[in-house]
Design a protein around this ligand. Structure first.
Ligand code: FAQ
Length: 316
């Protein structure tokens, strides 16, 4: 009798570019990898609201306030789609959120940096959303169906976010000398942390090889980082700003920019919880969770009551 090798079948299936759906058989490590990546991604969206929310009440005009408010709400929505995608893999949302609140789960290093001026809101939209799009466009083709479909919508919204950020930078760069200096200062502070968003180098990336083989990731961390740099340098030139990297140089032969060394010590320092705002971010999330307890309790009580009423009706 022929024995079926499920792992081999699965591998052939993803390599034939078909999507894996929640009820399909999948190797346990594939499921675990996805829960890890999708939940970290969801946490990043949720924590990612904090640095920008800090500027909603101080936005310089009503138009800027409305756009920023909409952007921050979008990030909350992204977090919710992503937690739902993780639930399709059998994860419990309360456990995932619990791991974020206790500090056990990771979220993107970038959100542990402070937003010191209005120009930081421009820099986040331009660079952080720009880096997020570079990474997430490839995820629209990831092998797990619910994650890929969530990413299509998320990328459309991120693209609006990137433009609103760039437009803020453009206005500042066309403004007074002080405004342009603010924009340059924001670029100086956000450039290197944005490059770190793509994760460690391919050599140091522990998950990449397996994730690429399962077609969860379609491009490596270094490939995506390079794409981002190649796309962003001309945008900085258009703004009249200088990328804070003395070794940045166009390489005619490769058709890519060469860039200076990334401070990986800083990256791992932030990952270990010691970045400038790690403590503050977790405190803010825990406070929001505690403050929202009554809403969860009320929603549960309402759901229970509705269920009981339905039971009474069907018994009558
Ligand atoms: N920060 O082996 P790899 C956004 C961890 S969303 C913290 O390369 P992998 C929208 C990694 O988890 C931004 N941790 O790992 C927005 C792993 O740890 P583990 C988030 C990082 O998974 C904009 C270890 O290092 N985007 O910005 C980071 O194959 C504006 C080894 O790394 C996503 O999550 C980091 N930067 O590749 C919101 C996209 N990099 O779990 C508000 C989906 C790596 O083994 C405002 N995620 N680590 O202990 C991915 O594409 C991948 O997970 C990578 C990492 C590329 C982030």
């Amino acid at each position: 009798m022929e024995t079926i090798n499920f792992e081999e079948r699965f591998q052939e299936y993803v390599h034939s570019e078909q999507k894996v759906e929640p009820k399909h058989w999948m190797p346990e490590p594939y499921r675990k990898t996805l829960i890890r990546q999708i939940s970290q991604h969801a946490h990043s969206e949720v924590v990612g609201m904090l640095p920008e929310a800090n500027w909603i009440s101080r936005a310089p005009s009503l138009r800027r306030k409305v756009a920023l408010l909409a952007k921050v709400q979008d990030e909350a929505g992204h977090g919710l789609y992503l937690y739902s995608a993780a639930e399709t893999l059998g994860a419990d949302r309360a456990d995932l959120v619990g791991d974020l609140l206790s500090g056990k789960a990771k979220y993107s290093s970038i959100f542990n940096y402070p937003t010191r001026s209005w120009a930081d809101i421009g820099a986040i939209g331009w660079l952080v959303d720009g880096a997020a799009i570079a990474n997430q466009v490839m995820l629209c083709r990831t092998s797990y169906g619910p994650y890929a479909r969530a990413m299509v919508r998320i990328c459309k919204e991120e693209s609006f976010h990137q433009r609103q950020g760039y437009e803020i930078m453009l206005a500042l760069c066309k403004g007074t000398k002080e405004q342009k200096e603010m924009a340059q200062d924001a670029l100086n502070r956000w450039w290197w942390p944005s490059l770190m968003m793509f994760g460690p180098t391919d050599k140091e990336s522990t998950n990449s090889a397996q994730s690429m083989n399962w077609k969860i990731k379609r491009k490596s961390n270094d490939e995506l980082r390079q794409e981002f740099i190649d796309k962003t340098v001309p945008q900085a030139e258009f703004l009249g700003l200088t990328i804070p990297d003395e070794q940045l140089e166009w390489d005619e032969k490769t058709g890519h920019y060469r860039f200076g060394p990334i401070d990986w010590e800083e990256f791992y320092h932030v990952l270990k919880g010691n970045g400038p705002c790690n403590k503050e971010r977790l405190e803010a999330r825990n406070k929001a969770h505690d403050d929202g307890r009554w809403v969860r309790e009320a929603a549960n009580a309402f759901a229970k009551k509705t269920q009981e009423r339905k039971g009474e009706h069907s018994a009558a």
